[in-house]
Design a protein around this ligand. Structure first.
Ligand SMILES: [Zn+2]
Length: 154
């Protein structure tokens, strides 16, 4: 049973196009939020085997403990869904940061991936720049799992 709206990214999607401008904006927010996690929405569309992120929208982090968790503002999500739909785009999913790394889903993240069809982007400090991972929430044998989604730079 699924109480949540299915996301717009189907299981046929094999790559996430994440432009440098969007990555820079996510990294800037992640730095500003330190030592806490940042979070926000990824906006764009899915075409064939690619999900294309065109923009991101920062959210206040409403988690009770922002050092180790994130919670996107539901009002921001609703407004973004309405605006995206009007433009023929979609809320592809969301991003958040792991200030202490790694750029990979935590156990908590995996337990909270309850909506199929959403992209998860996680960034963490690493190297000269921040590092990123992307996953797609897909249904497998009645469970929602986060499946790695290769990122295409552009
Ligand atoms: Zn996380």
């Amino acid at each position: 049973m699924n109480f949540f709206e299915q996301g717009p990214v189907g299981p046929e999607v094999k790559q996430l196009v994440l432009p440098a401008a969007v990555r820079r904006q996510i990294a800037a927010e992640a730095r500003r939020a330190l030592p806490e996690e940042c979070c926000g929405l990824l906006l764009g569309h899915a075409e064939g085997e690619q999900a294309v992120a065109l923009a991101c929208a920062a959210s206040p982090n409403l988690a009770p403990d922002r050092l180790t968790g994130f919670e996107i503002d539901p009002a921001l999500l609703l407004a973004a869904q309405r605006r995206a739909r009007a433009k023929g785009d979609a809320v592809l999913g969301h991003y958040h940061s792991h200030p202490h790394g790694p750029a990979a889903p935590s156990g908590t993240d995996r337990a909270r991936a309850w909506t199929p069809g959403h992209v998860w982007v996680i960034c963490a400090p690493g190297g000269a720049d921040w590092s990123y991972s992307a996953h797609l929430a897909v249904e497998k044998k009645g469970r929602i799992v986060l499946q790695p989604l290769p990122i295409i730079d552009c």
